[in-house]
Design a protein around this ligand. Structure first.
Ligand SMILES: [Fe+2]
Length: 329
């Protein structure tokens, strides 16, 4: 309990929920961060790991640290268990998988992809997570429960869920809608920002999406992530790769990284960009649950007036239809 040592590089952060969902059987040394360079060990191998995890959860701790060796070991050896558990839960006919299971799987998947691990077991996690997410979207209206999801998931996963739901509702307005297309979009939503860390999301938000204010890493994350995923082109469809590569482009050509305009963007990608933009405008720091309906109306109106060219007009019209159907309350 009193072992503290420097060197932030020796530890890797992991969400406590991911360990509770999938790591209770493991024997890992757990650390808490006291300051930028100080970590304290709070469990040894051989301790009752499950009860220690519960103890820190009850104390409101959301993130803990593992040694790099334990982190690598855990995230690679847990993949099969994650895929099996999510697949079993998703097969349940009436209820979706526990959201903490999805969020934990996303956390592990992100860490694997950050290390450019696209092995078969990693892709099995991606597949199970996508199907579990689609089931969650189908069975529950998550848009109205943003605060709830944000408590249970990382910011990135919460936004991915919200964007998937809006995009799938929009896709239903087109005559080419089907489950395979929705899978491709949900997979893109889960993965398009895997290379970004919390400070990168802050930078994106503060920059107002102006390319000159972004770091190289943030400005090029769409291309870099698409290139990483393209190495597994049997698993990732061209539609998923295109969405990842173009998810920050805008109709006018004012987006990034390539600054292409609406004429070079596909209909499906335009749907994703509009859904992503909606979620971004809707759920910023000033979001309040009691003002959800009014805010939703204002953001939809803004999008209707702004996304007017070619494929974007059809996408914004689909969003307006979904809103008019009362599906975004
Ligand atoms: Fe992004």
């Amino acid at each position: 309990m009193n072992d503290s040592k420097p060197a932030a590089d020796a530890y890797q952060k992991i969400r406590l929920d991911a360990l509770i969902s999938y790591g209770a059987e493991y024997q890992l040394e757990l650390y808490l961060r006291l300051s930028s360079e100080k970590f304290i060990k709070v469990s040894q191998k051989g301790d009752n790991f499950e009860s220690i995890l519960e103890k820190y959860k009850n104390r409101g701790v959301t993130e803990v640290y593992l040694t790099l060796a334990d982190y690598d070991y855990f995230t690679t050896s847990v993949r099969k268990a994650i895929a099996t558990r999510l697949t079993t839960e998703t097969a349940e006919p009436v209820k979706p998988p526990e959201v903490s299971l999805l969020a934990g799987a996303h956390d592990v998947l992100k860490s694997l992809l950050l290390r450019e691990n696209t092995e078969e077991d990693t892709l099995a996690v991606a597949q199970a997570l996508t199907l579990g997410t689609l089931k969650t979207i189908r069975l529950s209206n998550i848009l109205g429960k943003f605060a709830d999801f944000k408590k249970k998931c990382s910011r990135e996963f919460t936004y991915a869920l919200m964007t998937s739901q809006v995009a799938c509702l929009m896709i239903d307005q087109f005559n080419w809608a089907n489950d395979a297309v929705k899978e491709k979009v949900a997979l893109a939503a889960m993965l398009c920002d895997v290379e970004l860390l919390p400070e990168d999301f802050d930078l994106l938000k503060d920059s107002g999406l102006a390319k000159e204010k972004l770091t190289k890493k943030v400005a090029y994350h769409p291309i870099n992530t698409a290139q990483l995923l393209a190495k597994e082109s049997k698993f990732f469809s061209q539609e998923t790769l295109t969405i990842v590569e173009q998810h920050h482009e805008m109709p006018s050509g004012g987006g990034f990284p390539k600054g292409i305009n609406y004429q070079r963007i596909t209909q499906l990608t335009a749907v994703y960009i509009v859904a992503h933009y909606f979620v971004d405008q809707m759920f910023d720091k000033t979001y309040r649950e009691d003002a959800h309906a009014d805010r939703c109306r204002i953001v939809v109106e803004q999008i209707k007036n702004q996304f007017v060219s070619g494929v974007f007009r059809k996408a914004s019209e689909a969003l307006v239809t979904v809103f008019d159907q009362g599906k975004m309350a």
